[in-house]
Design a protein around this ligand. Structure first.
Ligand code: GLA
Ligand code: ZN
Length: 680
């Protein structure tokens, strides 16, 4: 449990009463109670209010806010306010200001704007975190610490340059090793002194859009920036822990956000929390994948849904309203995949600046007679009634999909083979195929133990980190099924090519050699022509994007290309290796192929779907004390059907008993528990 003080799914969100008139405060509390809200995230952007100058701190407003809420049964998620520095700090100590990608020194403005290697930022952010922790350590209202906000963005200032050199010294020891790791003989970039190394931005090695002339330095700078921001987080984390050992600490993450290696970050979070802002047209399976990834950050532990909008955003191109029922549906989607909180940005709309049109529980009209408020209150009631039944429940998956931030950075930075190659899109393609088949999936890091899985899929495993090929070989030898795709096994952690033929270290296990890689405009298709007898794969499918020209070195050829000069060469192979199998899919296949492929793989490994359901129905199962709870969510605009077969289940939300073919309403949710007498 995140915090036993509140043993239910927390319900609440960002609350900024310091931004509006005191006369509204009582109304806020009255309406929170009406909506079943029991946690407010406070103090996210109040640094300048808390510290009006270098020597003065003022937390009285915060004391009063926390107490006023607590007296009304509302707990606090307490932020440290360091997501935006005060104006006085920027003018007095310009080192807090970042230098941007173009090399321009920023001035005061916006947020998430502090240089992570600024001595001033580090000193004062640590100090305010310590002061807050000292003050609120024993406060019964505080459930969790929320350090800063949505860390991200890079800086290229002189402090960062110096920090980067230090970081490199620690990683490589000698300059000679740096030169080798970055292959600096290329274009005569050999370094003879540490001071010659400068941050890679538009003034040096890079161009906008992750274009780099030297992948080695660019990759390391991303690692360094992720680590620098993490150091800032850790400073605050340690400062809080000195005073408050018990309250869990988090910072809100952003799903597949590019800048930070969240697997590395998650080791320093007591609980993962994240902000979920899908667009109206974001595939629901993409949101599901992101929840699964956030759950995977700490090996399956429940996470917090820290922010979502109750209705609309302000920062998207088209800020569509969540249709009736969708906020509830997407909230349960988070819970189904491991969230133990449902929280919003924001509880009341502000009157000015950029987020005044961002959705909120309390809208500008100020009363409860709104669609959004009513839907919020209905969900609040349901979550209260669910009480602690689902808290801490885990998800058990037999299939894992590997996700790796450094691999993604390296693929993005790679000059060639295709501008259209997007790591996240390829990962999602595979995820979606399992999702459509209602097969539960875990999203895992390359560090995760594989022994609990029957199948591991690593789409575009371009970078193979030290020891990983061995780990995969062990997994397959012991009977596991491994799947990887085109453009895999190419480089090591420094983006240096593994010589001796692609897919490098994976070649032996896969039983193939990839001789060349063709890249065509994504509109150009080739065919996947199935060979031999396969229960779920027959005839022809399409593929595009990249086309590895491979030779079997012992692998069974499951399919061949149907077109072009490599017609008849293998495109899908399966290699027996020890007790297991490893598959290579040498191009980016269409959905029909993936559907067949998932069926083939699951029947081979006897992996069962959560339930038989039609398109648009999502399922996910959480298990607590040996009791499974099956979430069934209908994303369709019409009533739809799924089949429980002979199983008998009780819907936690209505108390009704279900079995056989079950109808679920448009945008409907069922949470089906297995406690029913007569259950098999
Ligand atoms: C982010 C931030 C919030 C707010 C919302 C708006 O998630 O953390 O402060 O700006 O976006 O969608
Ligand atoms: Zn900097």
């Amino acid at each position: 449990m995140i915090n036993e003080k509140l043993a239910k799914i927390w319900y609440g969100g960002d609350y900024n009463p310091e931004q509006w008139d005191q006369s509204a405060w009582d109304e806020d509390v009255r309406m929170f109670k009406l909506a079943g809200i029991d946690v407010a995230t406070l103090n996210v952007f109040s640094w300048s209010l808390n510290q009006p100058d270098e020597h003065t701190y003022n937390f009285e407003w915060l004391d009063q806010t926390i107490d006023r809420l607590y007296q009304n049964g509302i707990y606090t998620c307490l932020a440290t306010s360091t997501g935006a520095h005060p104006a006085w700090m920027a003018s007095k100590y310009p080192d807090v200001l970042r230098v941007d990608f173009q090399g321009r020194k920023r001035k005061f403005g916006a947020r998430h704007n502090s240089c992570p290697n600024s001595p001033t930022y580090r000193k004062y952010s640590e100090r305010i975190a310590a002061k807050l922790a000292e003050r609120y350590q024993d406060h019964p209202a505080v459930l969790v610490w929320h350090v800063s906000n949505e860390y991200g963005g890079y800086c290229y200032c002189d402090h960062c340059a110096e920090g980067f050199r230090e970081w490199l010294r620690e990683r490589y020891g000698t300059l000679e090793k740096v030169n080798i790791s970055w292959n600096t003989r290329f274009w005569g970039h050999t370094f003879y002194d540490w001071s010659e190394i400068v941050p890679p931005n538009e003034l040096s090695e890079e161009q906008p859009g992750d274009v780099s002339f030297f992948q080695g330095i660019s990759l390391d700078y991303r690692r360094f920036m992720s680590d620098s921001l993490l150091d800032c987080y850790k400073l605050e984390y340690d400062a809080i822990k000195q005073h408050d050992k018990n309250t869990p600490i988090t910072t809100n993450l952003m799903g597949t956000f590019l800048d930070l290696d969240y697997f590395k970050w998650a080791k320093h979070l007591d609980v993962v929390s994240w902000d979920n802002y899908p667009r109206i047209d974001t595939p629901v399976s993409f949101t599901a994948m992101t929840h699964d990834l956030m759950r995977g950050l700490r090996s399956g532990q429940p996470f917090m849904l820290m922010e979502q909008t109750p209705s609309q955003q302000n920062w998207q191109a088209y800020n569509s309203l969540k249709r009736p029922g969708v906020m509830r549906l997407w909230s349960y989607q988070a819970i189904a995949r491991g969230a133990d909180t449902v929280m919003f940005f924001q509880l009341r709309r502000s009157v000015g600046a950029t987020e005044k049109y961002h959705g909120a529980v309390i809208e500008h009209v100020g009363h409860e007679r709104t669609r959004v408020f009513k839907e919020t209150a209905e969900l609040g009631k349901e979550l209260s009634e669910l009480s602690d039944q689902l808290l801490d429940a885990r998800v058990n998956a037999k299939v894992a999909i590997v996700y790796d931030w450094e691999n993604r950075w390296a693929i993005n930075l790679s000059s060639g083979p295709s501008a259209a190659l997007d790591y996240v899109t390829e990962v999602h393609k595979y995820y979606d195929a399992f999702y459509q088949a209602n097969i539960q999936v875990d999203m895992i890091s390359v560090e995760e133990d594989l022994s609990n899985y029957d199948a591991v899929i690593a789409p575009v495993l371009y970078m193979v980190k030290q020891g990983y090929a061995k780990k995969l070989e062990e997994f397959v030898k012991n009977g596991g099924t491994f799947v990887t795709t085109f453009f895999s096994g190419i480089v090591n952690e420094n983006d240096l090519v593994t010589l001796g033929g692609y897919p490098g270290e994976l070649r032996n296990m896969l039983g193939i050699w990839s001789e060349e890689i063709d890249a065509l405009n994504p509109d150009s298709k080739n065919q996947i022509v199935i060979k031999g007898q396969h229960a779920n794969l027959t005839g022809e499918y399409e593929c595009n994007l990249l086309f590895d020209l491979i030779h079997s070195e012992g692998a069974e050829v499951v399919a061949e290309y149907g077109d072009d000069f490599y017609q008849g060469m293998p495109v899908v192979t399966r290699n027996k290796f020890g007790k297991g199998n490893s598959w290579y899919i040498a191009s980016s296949p269409d959905q029909a192929f993936l559907e067949g492929f998932v069926s083939e793989l699951c029947s081979e490994k006897d992996i069962k779907p959560n339930v038989k359901a039609g398109t648009g129905i999502e399922t996910s199962e959480r298990v607590k004390n040996g009791k499974p709870y099956l979430f069934v969510m209908n994303h369709n605009d019409i009533k739809s059907e799924f089949d429980l077969e002979e199983k008998v289940r009780e819907d936690l939300l209505t108390g009704e008993t279900k079995s056989g073919k079950v109808l679920i309403g448009a945008k409907g949710v069922m949470i089906l528990g297995y406690e029913q007498v007569g259950d098999l």
